[in-house]
Design a protein around this ligand. Structure first.
Ligand code: NDP
Length: 298
């Protein structure tokens, strides 16, 4: 039925939240310390501010200490590096996240490179990205949205090994890390991008489709093989006069069209979206345990 096909991303995120909450309660019994997350925000971008607010709210709910740093748009690269170094050296901080994008005068790579790999909860530092892309290496952290996509697939009872996965999008934040995570799960991967000749043809072969390109309803229903699993990472605002705010959110997948042949599909909103934050919290707790020598508890 329709309902069985739709992956309830909100429900899965709240299940993970409960599991994490219980784990943090147990951690309290073995350590007097609390997990700590530092979120660094530079400038006044409304979207970045909103993401940071949501991250802090979730941290507080779970009993993760949040270290807040809101820095002015015109901060120098040197000063920002100093903030990162302070957090690198602060034992109460287990995870450091620099909200992207950064202002143009700051070199993103230099900043990401400065975050200690042990605290790089976003997984974007070169060492963690490099280890993600190499066989037999375990990165300390993997990027949160991609990690969430894998968790959604697994918690929906889908076996990834041996499947053909087609990923549309190759960004460092989403497409590329998802591709490598799926490869590690023993999928056979095809990565499509703006120069791919015939994306429809590639998608038609896929058992698992990941849409992460940022184009509203790009993936069409007649591209979908019967039984395919579809993960829609896209978040696009399209004008809609019937809505009070004047727009509505759609994914990179034509949801109604693709639902027909799919065995599982994530909606937008309420699919991948809620994963990013909860995976960030999970990664922070993983960092806390690793940095304090606490092995598996539950
Ligand atoms: P980017 O713009 O960084 O990357 C887009 C990728 O898609 C690029 O690799 C680009 O190819 C490819 N692409 C773009 N247009 C086309 C096209 N018409 N045909 C084929 N390939 C195309 O985006 P992100 O990866 O950062 O984000 C992708 C989507 O996911 C966005 O909608 C974003 O809002 C959403 N998102 C959602 C998150 C969440 O749910 N929490 C988190 C992050 C992102 P090329 O490399 O050749 O330029």
């Amino acid at each position: 039925s329709r309902k069985d096909k739709i992956i309830d991303g909100k429900k899965i995120a709240s299940e993970i939240q409960e599991e994490l909450y219980s784990e943090i309660q147990v951690l309290k019994t073995v350590s007097p310390k609390k997990p700590g997350l530092a979120v660094i925000l530079v400038g006044n971008r409304k979207d970045s501010q909103a993401y940071v607010r949501m991250k802090k709210k979730m941290a507080r709910k779970l009993g993760i200490v949040d270290f807040e740093k809101n820095l002015p748009e015109n901060i120098s690269q040197e000063e920002l590096l100093q903030v990162v170094t302070e957090y690198n050296n602060n034992p109460e901080v287990n995870g450091i996240l620099v909200q992207l994008p950064l202002p143009k005068h700051i070199d993103e790579e230099t900043i990401l490179n400065a975050i200690s790999p042990e605290k790089d909860v976003d997984g974007f530092s070169p060492i963690n990205m490099g280890n993600l892309c190499m066989k037999g290496r375990d990165p300390l952290f993997v990027p949160c949205t991609p990690k969430g996509c894998i968790e959604l697939i697994k918690r929906s009872g889908v076996n990834i090994s041996g499947k053909k996965a087609v990923i549309v999008g190759r960004s460092n934040i989403v497409g590329l890390p998802i591709s490598f995570l799926l490869l590690h799960e023993n999928a056979t991967i095809t990565v499509c991008h703006s120069r791919t000749k015939d994306i429809a043809k590639e998608v038609k072969d896929a058992d698992i489709v990941i849409a992460a390109l940022g184009a509203p309803e790009f993936v069409k229903g007649d591209w979908i093989k019967k039984g395919a699993v579809i993960i829609d990472v896209g978040i696009n605002a399209v004008p809609d006069k019937t809505k009070k705010r004047g727009y509505r959110l759609v994914g990179d997948v034509d949801f109604e069209g693709c639902l027909k042949n799919a065995s599982k599909i994530t909606p937008v909103p309420g699919g991948v979206g809620p994963q990013t934050i909860i995976q960030l919290m999970k990664s922070t707790v993983e960092g806390f345990k690793r940095q304090n020598g606490i092995k598996k508890l539950l």
